[in-house]
Design a protein around this ligand. Sequence first.
Ligand code: G6P
Length: 371
Amino acid sequence: TAAQKGGYPSFMAKEIHEQAGAIADTLLGRLVDGKLHLDEKAIDDSVLRSVDKIVVVACGTAANAGAVVKYAIEHWCRIPVEVELAHEFRYRDPVVTEKTLVVAISQSGETMDTLMAVRHAQEQGAKVIAICNTRGSTIPREADAALYLYVGPEIAVASTKAYLGQIAACYLLGLYLAQVRGNLFPDEIAQIMEDLHALPEKIQQVLDASAQVEDLAKDMKDATSVLFLGRHVGYPTAMEGALKLKEIAYIHAEGFAAGELKHGPIALIEEGQPVFVIVPSPRGRDVLHSKVISNIQEVRARGARTLVIAEEGDDEVLPYADVVIRIPQTRTLFAALLTVIPLQIFACELATAKGLDVDQPRNLAKSVTVE
Ligand code: G6P
């Protein structure tokens, strides 16, 4: 009903606008006396110290969250992280041992494909930690440990606040592993946590500036194809931006690793093709930023209309951007929790402008409980 939507035209719009609070709640109370605590954890620290590989299994949006988290956990913990669609993992004879930690990400905790992957991993002796939003659901019940998001119930079929919550919860898991395994010093963890805690305010800033993207979406409601490019955590963000547009606006959309462009997808670029580009922080790692700037130039030179998501103060994008969407400054890894928001808003507004049922897209279910 209208009242449940809290004045928003759809549950999806409402849930997008709840994201600052959702992330604040997910992060709440984790750092006690300088030490990180995950209270739902029931896997012994000695087991976590012996882990030699992490495999993230998930489907849909949760799999895109997993793809973001790989960058963080490998960076902080120096453990190889594989991210695999749960149904592919289950039926390909994966290498899993007692030293494998499986991280199963599922908003509902009921996705059958993910559950089957969890059971398969456990049969081979792996420990499983579930990252879920729904307390007491099947996947966290069967897993060896569970870490919950605190984003509240998600009603819209297209996942938004759970996606951010999944990333935040997995960042906590990564920091916990780094703490237990001694990869990061306590003061480093405290500093990273401080930056994490600064995110809800930055998320709110992005939401407060949503009018620009809403207007863009209305203008583009007749688009038939939209591409999304990014590197590093911007790559899974591009995938998620494309998925949202497919799911609810029924527009053909694809996300690419920006570096892969010249190996094929650039052939798609013709005059007027809209291309979102997610630009990493210019203050971040080595040459990442300049590589993405080159990619914007490449598509623009071939006629693309460039819709650029870049940090405040990044003026290097200006000569190549038809539209610049600003996000507040943060760590390279944490930008994943900000840059996706304009893409969520874009899909939501565009679908609304097309007169579609944003919350109940055709052919999709909120939770897929069959294989
Ligand atoms: C369905 C939904 C998606 C969701 C996916 C995984 O396909 O339509 O929005 O991302 O399932 O759901 P889960 O509950 O496991 O996160």
